[in-house]
Write a protein that binds this ligand. Structure first.
Ligand SMILES: Nc1ncnc2c1ncn2[C@@H]1O[C@H](COP(=O)(O)OP(=O)(O)OP(=O)(O)O)[C@@H](O)[C@H]1O
Ligand SMILES: [Mg+2]
Length: 363
């Protein structure tokens, strides 16, 4: 399924900037990424690394003070042929695309629901608008989608209001509304704080089920590597506005190459040793208002190379599906082993890495 030529979205050397109080912030610094039809891609990285900004470009929801400075975003899902979303500028351009081709479930589910309307009404409206169904047919479809997203007793629940749902269930309802538009790509931008990891894992499992039923392509955004271990096909690791490593789930967990990926993995609670403090990455991410020289992670890397401070590394291929932007992969680089703690991952099965997920059940 990976890279069989069935690319649905292709990002090429994307640079996104924001203007803030007369200064320019470099939020996305030259990202290239392909998304394959029907896959589940996870994007992980700490707060501020650019996960939301990157994906907002796929639906035209970049904040007003931001712009695509250079690069291309090719979308291949339209029958009329490929389009470069980086050229979409106005609301008119995005009309008929946003929601219908690419839908995004935002970090805060409460703000995307209408508190005064029943859940059923809100899903039916989206169905009427996007699928052209009316009356009883729209109602039936709404109930089916509610059931698809794992809401038990959907007929009864459809008559309820958002405040009668728990946080995890509201998240499911928002996904149901997004699904009512029949999108080709669904992006879920997980809140860092609002949902606990158990619910995150359940939502992920749900997305996986929707993918199987509808052939949906999904992007799941989280700062927690643990939750995506068992359900993502591929993982892209973001740091300071760049994707520093991307590979299949197995490659990123069992054969990570970038020192930042090592650091992220080292801080997984699953690897913690009883009685010892969990590994924490020292220092802070770079200031994106400044030009970054070399490898952006170098100042926080416990064992940087000299060249890391001088030149930005290119991507080096580890396998046809795995690449990382680190000088360690240059044939001339000295051999640097990953930290000892990471080798313990070899003994852990990926399906025990996440908290117990149970997709079909209610959160
Ligand atoms: N409207 C804006 N104006 C200026 N800077 C912005 C704006 N929106 C985002 N940024 C900056 O862009 C960078 C990337 O932000 P982004 O929201 O994509 O991070 P994130 O990885 O989604 O973080 P989180 O996990 O906290 O959601 C950050 O430095 C952020 O401060
Ligand atoms: Mg975000």
């Amino acid at each position: 399924m990976l890279n069989n030529g069935d690319t649905i979205l292709s990002v090429k050397d994307l640079h996104v900037k924001f203007s803030l109080r007369g200064k320019v912030l470099n939020a996305i610094r030259g990202i290239s990424l392909d998304l394959y039809k029907g896959e589940a891609l996870a994007i992980v990285g700490e707060s501020g690394s650019g996960k939301s900004v990157l994906t907002k470009n796929f639906i035209g929801l970049l904040d007003k003070n931001g712009w695509v400075d250079s690069g291309e975003i090719w979308y291949y899902g339209l029958e009329s042929g490929p389009v470069d979303l980086a050229q979409y500028k106005t609301e008119e351009d995005w009309q008929g695309f946003r929601g219908k081709q690419v839908a995004m479930v935002m970090q805060d589910p409460m703000t995307s629901l209408n508190p005064l309307k029943t859940i059923g009404w809100q899903i039916e409206e989206a169905i009427k608008l996007h699928q052209g169904l009316q009356g009883e047919e729209a109602k039936r479809k709404a109930i089916e989608i509610l059931s698809d997203v794992g809401i038990l007793e959907p007929e009864r629940r459809a008559k309820q209001y958002p405040h009668e749902f728990s946080g995890g269930m509201r998240q499911r309802v928002v996904i149901a509304i997004a699904m009512a538009c029949n999108p080709q790509i669904l992006i879920c931008d997980e809140p860092t704080t609002a949902l606990d990891v158990t619910i995150q894992a359940q939502i992920l499992q749900l997305i996986r089920n929707l993918k199987d039923k509808y052939g949906l392509t999904t992007i799941y955004i989280t700062h927690d590597l643990g939750v995506v271990a068992n359900v993502a096909d591929r993982i892209a690791v973001m740091y300071a506005g760049d994707i520093v490593e991307v590979g299949t789930c197995e490659e990123v967990f069992y054969d990570p190459r970038h020192p930042y990926t090592w650091a992220l993995l080292s801080s997984l609670p699953q690897l913690g040793i009883k009685g010892q403090d969990l590994y924490a990455i020292k220092g802070t991410p770079p200031n994106l208002f400044n030009e970054i020289r070399g490898d952006a992670f170098a100042p926080r890397n416990p064992h940087p190379l000299k060249i890391d401070f001088l030149y930005r590394p290119p991507y080096f291929d580890v396998s046809p599906t795995h690449k990382a932007r680190t000088w360690l992969l240059d044939p001339r680089a000295p051999k640097v082993d990953p930290p000892e703690i990471i080798r313990h991952i070899q003994g852990i099965k990926l399906d025990t890495m996440d908290v117990k997920a149970n997709g079909g059940e209610q959160a």
